[in-house]
Design a protein around this ligand. Structure first.
Ligand code: SF4
Length: 380
């Protein structure tokens, strides 16, 4: 029997149009560019040695993965001096890897649905999100669309519902979501029914308030929190300062962060936080857009890591914009700074998830951070 596949799209999906040569970020810089097996086989069959010599092949057990041979902070070796792709010039659009072909479009396939969303690593996507009025979501044009029965999508819906609550700060809602995912991970006996009951608890805003209250009990000192987030930003961005499309955004804030006295920053932080909250509608839509695209795994550990990277992205963007605000001695936050740092940090964190997970494993022993640590760097 034929199964109908529903197609769902995010609110902004059909609005996207690449700005091509007007774009100040190239698509090909600042992340690992993976190559799908079909494209690799096509290059092999076509004996394209000039392409194959720039491809990294990695084997792990029975699986093989391919990517463009470059460090994630380097520019794609196929990019020419004018920013055009050598593969496209020589062989045509249909010869490039599917990720290059589709970026920034993201397609997630499930048994009975295909979901189409957009990556915030593209400045045009972020531009559209910043102009949305109302809350972003994913929906089907088909009024009879099948109800979502997959548990992982129910978990994701709960994350979106929590983040779209109006009564709490965004960082508080992110911590509630993280705590919920940790509770699910830790309960090895959790049945399907038990999971649904657990998710239902988070529909009640009084319960959310309770979880937030517990997060706030964690002792923290603003100077120590600022110092920690300052180190974290410097560590996460250190390999990317020389990337040409990031240099104008990362160089001055890194130099400033290395030299500044943390006490001076802490004094300005409270006034800045209030100003940043004025952009909470935009920030919420950006975060929900990321959750829709990337929190879809049926493996709870993978799901937590995807969500944790979104939290880190949010905290790093908020802090990077703060450094810029301090450097320029501004009285207001430049919205363009928020947009630029979302693109940059989406590429550095979200699109390099394996490298960032490794970085967390090296620095914290476990890539899944403790809730106390996240509270320490979020709630000051
Ligand atoms: S980053 Fe986005 S707007 Fe810029 S060239 Fe790539 S797809 Fe186009």
């Amino acid at each position: 029997m034929d199964k109908t596949i529903d197609i769902l799209k995010t609110t902004n999906y059909d609005k996207f149009k690449c700005t091509a040569d007007k774009c100040k970020f190239t698509c090909c810089e600042g992340w690992d560019v993976s190559v799908d097996g079909d494209t690799y086989n096509k290059w092999e069959k076509g004996k394209c040695s000039e392409i194959l010599k720039n491809i990294k092949v990695e084997k792990s057990g029975d699986s093989v993965s391919y990517s463009i041979a470059k460090e994630n902070h380097e520019t794609c070796p196929f990019l020419d001096m004018k920013g055009l792709c050598e593969i496209v010039k020589k062989h045509g659009e249909e010869y490039i890897s599917s990720i290059c072909h589709t970026f920034p479009r993201v397609e997630n396939k499930f048994e009975d649905r295909r979901e189409l969303s957009l990556s915030c690593a593209c400045p045009e996507v972020v531009e559209i999100i910043s102009g949305l009025s109302g809350k972003i979501n994913i929906f089907s044009d088909n009024k009879k669309a099948t109800k979502n029965n997959l548990l992982e999508l129910k978990v994701r819906d709960t994350l979106v519902n929590i983040v779209q609550q109006d009564d709490f700060l965004l960082e508080e809602k992110l911590l509630v979501c993280f705590q919920m995912l940790l509770d699910i991970l830790e309960d090895e006996e959790l049945s399907e029914e038990g999971l649904e009951e657990e998710l239902e608890k988070y529909e009640d805003s009084k319960y959310l308030q309770e979880v937030i209250g517990k997060c706030k009990e964690i002792d923290s000192d603003i100077n120590e929190s600022v110092e920690e987030i300052n180190y974290l930003l410097l560590d996460i961005t250190k390999n990317y300062k020389e990337v040409s499309s990031f240099e104008f955004l990362l160089k001055d804030i890194s130099d400033f962060a290395e030299a500044v006295k943390v006490g001076n920053l802490s004094v300005k932080w409270q006034e800045y936080k209030i100003l940043f909250e004025q952009h909470s509608e935009f920030a919420e839509n950006w975060i929900v857009s990321d959750i829709i695209s990337s929190c879809i795994s049926d493996d709870i550990e993978e799901l937590i890591i995807s969500f944790e990277l979104i939290i880190l992205e949010y905290l790093m963007v908020r802090y990077a914009v703060f450094l810029k605000y301090c450097i320029n001695n501004n009285k207001e936050i430049e919205i363009q700074d928020i947009k630029d740092y979302i693109v940059t940090l989406s590429r550095i964190i979200g699109n390099n998830s394996e490298a960032v997970t490794e970085f967390l494993r090296d620095g914290f022993e476990d890539p899944i951070l403790e809730i106390g640590y996240l509270c320490f760097i979020s709630l000051f």
